[in-house]
Design a protein around this ligand. Structure first.
Ligand code: ZN
Length: 249
């Protein structure tokens, strides 16, 4: 079999590569990713390419670790660097959803229980407003039977993207979750507040003792999300400055 290396979508500004590396460190600092998990962004000039770090712990990513991929998740410029096994999550979501420009995959712990039991995740506060529309759960067993649980090829990525549909979030049974956005900053914001929302929902469920929970309504969620996509940049500016002081870029 010939090894086909796709063409590059073109040079990416150093500042954008630095922001993507920073996003990775921010997600680690916020407890969304640990040794595992990854964030990607669509190539700014080439919608059929995306950018993601080589296979490395998120808190260690630098701009030099970032690899370009086509949407089948073939590396354009690996140069001997190894790729994340689950990069197909990103490639297949970019293929299915032209509106998505950034994707975060994590195993953030407070979220996982909602993929294990029949209790749906609901938006507990405005920062997680995008959750109010509902959160689908991808169960890899349904199509693939017994697996290592990883979305390690295109077929599994397609199945995950299908379950996500038009939502910007999907839970993965006994694995983790994916949050998406129309900007890198928005995807990071949503991944952070998905984890925070899950924690709040655990507390709320305990406090409610089976009684009703006055969660964010879908319409309230839509209205909140509009604000989050602009005012939420304040959080990004804070987080970005925190990781800038850790490293010299
Ligand atoms: Zn994973």
């Amino acid at each position: 079999m010939d090894l086909v290396i796709p063409k590059t979508g073109g040079r990416v500004a150093a500042e954008q590569l630095a922001d993507l590396a920073a996003a990775s460190r921010i997600l680690a600092a916020q407890g969304v990713v640990d040794g595992f998990g990854h964030v990607s962004m669509r190539h700014p000039q080439a919608p059929n390419r995306y950018l993601m770090a080589r296979s490395i712990a998120p808190a260690l990513v630098t701009p030099g670790d970032i690899i370009e991929y086509d949407l089948d998740s073939n590396a354009v410029d690996a140069n001997g660097r190894s790729s994340f096994l689950e990069r197909f999550i990103h490639g297949e979501i970019y293929k299915a959803r032209p509106d998505v420009l950034a994707v975060v995959h994590s195993h953030s712990p407070s979220v996982i229980p909602f993929g294990l039991v029949g209790v749906p995740m609901r938006a507990m506060f405005h920062n997680a407003g995008f959750i109010a529309e509902g959160v689908p759960v991808f169960d890899i067993r349904e199509k693939f039977g017994m697996t290592d649980m990883l979305v390690g090829n295109g077929e599994k990525g397609v199945a995950l993207a299908q379950v996500m549909g038009r939502k910007d979030i999907v839970l993965m049974r006994a694995h983790g979750s994916v949050a998406c956005g129309a900007t890198l900053q928005s995807a990071v914001f949503r991944a952070v507040y998905t984890e925070v929302n899950a924690r709040i929902q655990h507390w709320t469920n305990a406090l409610a003792g089976g009684g009703p929970i006055a969660a964010v309504e879908p319409e309230e969620g839509k209205l909140s999300d509009v604000v989050n996509r602009t005012a939420g940049m304040r959080a990004w500016d804070l987080w970005r400055s925190q990781v800038r002081s850790q490293v010299n870029w």
